[in-house]
Design a protein around this ligand. Structure first.
Ligand code: GDD
Ligand code: MN
Length: 379
């Protein structure tokens, strides 16, 4: 069934005529939130009663059938829209796509797990409508705000560390730069969108850092509730993506960040190779087989790390994990072979071993990266 109620085949139940775009679009990224979307829509109905609003859920093909619940809601209510992404993951990129699908004057972004206080939305939009600021943030770290919903002490510590780091980078003071609850004019979002990284969770920080002009920020106190159902998706990969976002902003435009990640994984591979080699030699294996085994293990660990971290937002190109690994193996072998050839060539020209190896390694990693990015993992 089509998602959008204005498509001719859509069954619109119990709704009146609707012309034009609403004033407010609430963008809600959701992954495995099947039990939360229905209560959220009911809560929005109450919180935004009397206002002209819609909600766009952006789901990444959740295995719990979140999108089916969204469809059912959309059939009955024109205010509910959905975007279903397949083969993609990520909170920030989901928010970007949802916001770009809006034609409203204002965009509000909130989580789909009822942790954000939807009763603050009206005030947030009013602050924007009065042009008191460009981005209004539902903040846990201003007078009257509360962070009760963070699961444990570890999350509190992590969150505080992240806030310090973020504050050092931001051009304006923000008490809660890690908030996932904020609102802004759509035109500002649209103008900033081409510069957003779309990685990880930190869309608000990215927006403030990437906006074409210095933004005026206002924070209004909010309570962060404990999660209603389901579980948090903030994991180690999301944390790395946060570090990634910071590096990307620092190195803006110099080097593709994915390449830096890929090269770093390559360096860990060299370490793995050496350690396994030493262990095998230690237990008495001959140099030849020990070299083959340690190289295979290093390539396997590189593949695993690349898949989990460097290309976590991408899919293996229709060949499954094993197929992808075999191509990776082949590409790495060609890279290693080219590497050795280049080292010998430079040595023959009288260069020192150090320079020759450096050139060989750089050409090897660039080759591996170029082929991996195009042939193995697709966008
Ligand atoms: N489409 C999509 N794709 N949505 C996602 C994905 C994804 O890959 N990952 C998470 N989400 C959705 C969740 O379904 C939820 O609605 C929202 O994004 C927030 O994700 P949670 O997994 O609930 O994150 P959290 O509660 O740990 O983190 C929240 O609090 C942090 C501060 O402590 C978020 O609001 C963060 O942005 C915030 O920094
Ligand atoms: Mn949450």
């Amino acid at each position: 069934m089509p998602l959008l109620p204005d498509e001719p085949a859509a069954t619109i139940i119990g709704t009146g005529e609707r012309a034009g775009s609403p004033e407010i679009t609430v963008v809600v990224p959701c992954y495995r939130e099947a039990d939360n979307v229905r209560p959220l829509v009911s809560a929005l109905e109450i919180a935004l009663a009397g206002r002209d609003w819609e909600v766009i859920f952006v789901d990444d093909n959740s295995p719990d059938g979140t999108i089916e619940v969204i469809r059912q809601l959309a059939w009955a209510n024109w205010r509910v829209r959905g975007i279903s992404r397949i083969g993609r993951r990520g909170l920030s990129s989901a928010v970007i796509e949802g916001a770009l699908a809006s034609s409203a004057r204002f965009i509000a972004v909130m989580d789909g797990d009822l942790q954000h206080d939807q009763t603050r939305l009206g005030t947030m939009v009013d602050v924007l409508a009065q042009d008191r600021c460009d981005i209004v943030i539902g903040s846990r770290h201003v007078e009257g705000g509360d962070n009760a919903g963070l699961a444990n002490a570890w999350r509190h510590a992590l969150s505080n560390g992240g806030i310090r780091l973020a504050q050092m980078m931001l051009p304006v003071h923000v008490g809660d730069p890690m908030s996932g609850f904020f609102a802004l004019r759509r035109d500002l979002f649209v103008r900033t969108a081409p510069c957003l990284s779309g990685q990880g969770f930190k869309i608000l920080m990215d927006l403030i850092l990437s906006a074409p002009e210095k933004v005026r920020v206002e924070e209004i106190p909010c309570t962060f509730h404990p999660r209603a159902a389901g579980e948090s998706k903030l994991d180690a990969v999301v944390l790395l993506q946060f570090v990634d976002l910071i590096l990307e902003k620092l190195f803006r435009g110099w080097l593709p960040l994915r390449f830096i990640g890929f090269a770093t994984v390559g360096i860990t591979g060299v370490g793995v190779n050496l350690i396994v080699m030493m262990l095998l030699r230690f237990v008495g294996m001959d140099f030849g087989p020990a070299q083959v085994i340690s190289t295979l293990i290093a390539i396997t660990s590189n593949f695993w790390l690349d898949n989990k971290l460097v290309y976590s937002d991408r899919r293996l190109r229709g060949m499954g994990l094993l197929g992808g690994f075999l191509v990776f193996l082949l590409v790495s072998a060609v890279g290693a072979w080219a590497n050795i050839g280049i080292v010998q060539l430079f040595r023959a020209k009288g260069e020192g071993l150090g320079q020759a190896s450096a050139v060989g390694a750089i050409i090897g990693v660039v080759w591996n990266y170029a082929v991996s990015s195009t042939l193995i993992w697709k966008t």
